[in-house]
Design a protein around this ligand. Structure first.
Ligand code: C5P
Length: 398
């Protein structure tokens, strides 16, 4: 996802600096190379040795480091990257940036750079909320600086509120977003995928055979066209795609809550195989064998997420796409399903065992909309996803 990208990572002085080490790893996993810069205060929290060992590159620490000037001056260093990331970005560093100060290596690089800059702020909640910091943020946003986080939560200092640095995964997703291009740029799309697990007791559950392959391919294809994708996945057997926000869930009710939290969105694609029923009162203890006979499970209906979202009175995504896995009378059943669920499109397929589609790598779908039904030839699930993503891009552009 970040193959060949060169990131200049400035690590400021804050307890969250330890997460910068993990960030280096995650960036490398995505194919990026990292040139690290450690501020004096940053050195109090992580050592230059750990940073350079993880980055596999020398750590830059001093503005007046002559060796470094001979090899690469600070101007060149500031411009050699595709993106400058500051994590953690302290209140002090942000104040310097807003003022245009350049009295150490980090602030000088930030003033000299002509590459986009992304900040992951981290500070105590009072410092974050202070009018001076808020003023600086507005100035920096006006200068075109982008932000990842901060999050709200408990802090190392014991207080609670906004100011926690975004997690490495979230920063990687924000970095990936900087490099996106395509017709879906600026569009937010929610994708559900995989099966759900409905608990019987703490160790047993009811599941289905969905691998999550088609939903994963759809998320990847939408992301490749530039969309910001929130990928809400049950326990699938395939790996989630890179460059999307992954929200792992277990049950249908978890999935519904995650979808609601992810809205508003420009479009939503419901590719998950959601269990229709759950065990009405799942036991909080493991059910035991008993002389009194076999346990009886009572079922309750799960929320229909697709139907609920399709019928939202306010905040309904502009385009809602459902999937229909049928074993007979595909066209008839799926056409009726589109009307019953209230969604805009249904991607219907025949999952009878003879087709080998469920769990396989190919799919043969029919796209049903208010304009009618369109049969697509049998093709790889990735190709179905690419075609669908292109159709979604065309629909959202109208
Ligand atoms: O009703 P059926 O399960 O066949 O409908 C399939 C479509 O509805 C899929 O898009 C699936 O993701 C969605 N669905 C849902 N919530 C449910 C059941 C299905 O979002 N509880």
């Amino acid at each position: 996802m970040l193959a060949g990208k060169h990131i200049l990572l400035i690590i400021g002085g804050g307890i969250a600096a330890y997460k910068a080490l993990e960030l280096i790893r995650r960036l490398q996993d995505q194919g990026a190379s990292v040139a690290p810069v450690l501020t004096r205060a940053g050195e109090e929290f992580v050592t230059p040795l750990s940073v350079s060992a993880l980055a596999g590159a020398p750590v830059h620490r001093d503005l007046f480091d002559l060796t470094s000037e001979a090899e690469m001056g600070h101007i060149q260093l500031s411009r050699s990257a595709d993106l400058v990331v500051v994590a953690p970005a302290t209140a002090d560093l942000m104040a310097k940036m807003a003022q245009g100060l350049a009295n150490d290596l980090a602030s000088t690089l930030l003033l000299a750079t002509d590459t986009p800059v992304l900040l992951a702020p981290a500070m105590n909640v009072r410092m974050w909320e202070h009018p001076a910091t808020q003023r600086n943020i507005q100035v920096l946003k006006g200068d075109g600086i982008r932000f990842a986080g901060p999050n709200e939560g408990g802090m190392a200092c014991g207080e609670f509120g906004p100011g926690r640095m975004a997690e490495p995964d979230e920063i990687v997703a924000a970095i990936a977003a900087q490099f996106r291009s395509g017709p879906l740029i600026g569009k937010r799309i929610v994708v559900t995928s995989g099966p759900t697990h409905e608990p019987i007791d703490p160790v047993r559950y009811i599941a289905n055979r969905s691998s999550g392959a088609q939903g994963t391919a759809v998320a990847r294809a939408l992301s490749a066209l530039g969309a910001e994708v929130v990928f809400i996945t049950g326990p699938a057997t395939v790996w989630p795609p890179d460059g999307v926000e992954v929200v792992p869930v277990e049950s249908a009710r978890d999935m519904q809550a995650a979808v609601e939290a992810a809205l508003p969105a420009d479009a939503a694609v419901f590719a998950a195989a959601v269990a229709d029923w759950r065990v009405a009162s799942a036991s909080d203890r493991k059910l035991k064998k008993s002389k009194d006979g076999l346990p009886t499970l009572e079922f309750a209906e799960n929320p229909d997420i697709l139907k609920t979202v399709s019928h939202m009175e306010s905040g309904r995504p502009g385009l809602v796409v459902g999937f229909a896995a049928e074993t007979n009378d595909v066209l008839e059943n799926a056409t009726a399903k589109r009307l019953r669920k209230g969604c805009d499109w249904i991607v219907a397929n025949d999952v009878s065992p003879a087709t080998g589609i469920m769990g396989g790598s190919e799919n043969a779908v029919t796209l049903i909309s208010e304009d009618g039904a369109e049969d697509w030839p049998r093709m790889g699930k990735d190709e179905v996803a690419r075609r669908l993503a292109e159709r979604i891009a065309t629909a959202l552009a109208d």
